[in-house]
Design a protein around this ligand. Structure first.
Ligand code: NAD
Ligand code: AKB
Length: 316
């Protein structure tokens, strides 16, 4: 049975991953941590939880050691939009946090899973069928941290034999926790606003195409990759994965099938618009499909139907 430590457990992914790991591996085998408490009731009260700043390597070591952790899932990070407002803090959290996890793993033998992102690509990357190995010259501090993180994980794997694993996530859509300040957040907000006001004003242009994924697929990717036979992994960091490639207009049309009066308007934010335009339209994820049987369950229509259903229950 795995013994897992999750950093950044109170965030959009961590909220749901913590619950799934507790269910899959047992409540006592999952240690949830976040920079501070008081953010997320279920993460903090339904199992073991500690305050832990990923910038504090000694604290990570202490918890990994005292709980005999064999898998560190490092989710603590600042995302693309908030990162542009505070690049220094982003570098501290995203890079030093990852470095600390890798150092602890080097000393203890733990596996490290850390997500990269479509943000690891930039305007000179091929936009369609973006290859697994290609040009990576991002223009955000978040993207720079993701490329550096991918390389650092490769280095620790080759040099110190640390079992590093990762995926390049697209924008993630979910209903349990709010997104943490990224460029793709519109794809979550649109559902809340559709149900509350039958209208949404999008900060990206109608034609901006990006990869997206529904949270259940994102979570199953983590568990599948962490359970996969390491000998079969041709890429340590990080596998391209995607579930759909959509524009705000595509998402609105899908919502209109359930809410015919829903209206989408636009008020462009030039910063997030520029970031989104610099990212790929559609990733090629065949290495993930071949190496560890990646296959998403939700397309746009299935995601829309479930999001609206779940949010109706949540919002009452
Ligand atoms: P999030 O912003 O929702 O959650 C991040 C968590 O980290 C928050 O709970 C925050 O409080 C915590 N945190 C911040 N600073 C910290 C510190 N110093 N020490 C410990 N914890 C700290 O982010 P998320 O969406 O859950 O993303 C998790 C990972 O997945 C990140 O690496 C992100 O880049 C990656 N990712 C997310 C998406 C997405 O659409 N959500 C897409 C691609 C990649
Ligand atoms: C963001 O928009 O910053 C994230 C991501 C795609 O990494 N959702």
């Amino acid at each position: 049975m795995k013994r897992i430590l999750i950093t950044g457990a109170s965030g959009q992914i961590g909220t749901e991953l913590t619950a799934l790991c507790r269910k899959t591996y047992g409540v006592d085998n999952v240690i949830a941590t976040n920079v501070k408490a008081g953010i997320n009731e279920s993460v903090e009260n339904d199992g073991i939880f500690y305050s832990m700043d990923v910038r504090d390597g000694n604290r990570i070591y202490e918890l990994v050691n005292s709980h005999q952790i064999d898998t560190i899932i490092n989710l603590a990070a600042l995302l693309s939009a908030v990162g542009e407002k505070n690049p220094e803090l982003l570098w501290e959290v995203n890079m030093h946090g990852l470095y600390n996890c890798l150092e602890v793993a080097k000393d203890t033998g733990a596996m490290v899973f850390t997500p990269s992102s479509i943000a690891a690509f930039g305007p000179s990357t091929p936009k369609m069928q973006t290859p697994q190995v290609t040009i990576q010259r991002p223009e955000t501090i978040y993207g720079v941290s993701k490329v550096a993180g991918e390389l650092l994980c490769d280095y620790y794997h080759k040099k110190f034999n640390v079992d590093t694993r990762g995926v390049r996530y697209p924008g993630l859509v979910s209903y349990k926790a709010m997104p943490g300040g990224g460029t793709t957040d519109y794809a979550v907000m649109i559902f809340y606003e559709a149900l509350k006001h039958n209208a949404y004003t999008c900060y990206l242009s109608s034609d901006i195409k990006m990869d997206m994924m529904y949270m259940p697929d994102a979570l199953s990717a983590i568990l599948s990759l962490c359970e996969a036979d390491g000998g079969k992994l041709r890429h340590r960091n990080a596998y391209n994965i995607t579930a759909m490639s959509i524009t705000p207009d595509d998402l609105a049309a899908s919502i209109q099938k359930h809410l015919p009066d829903f209206r989408l308007s636009y008020d462009i934010d030039p910063i997030r618009e520029a970031i989104a335009r610099s990212w790929p339209d559609q990733l090629d994820d065949h290495f993930a499909r071949e190496d560890w049987h990646w296959a998403p369950s939700y397309d746009l229509e299935a995601m829309t139907e479930d999001m609206l259903h779940q949010l109706r229950l949540k919002l009452g």
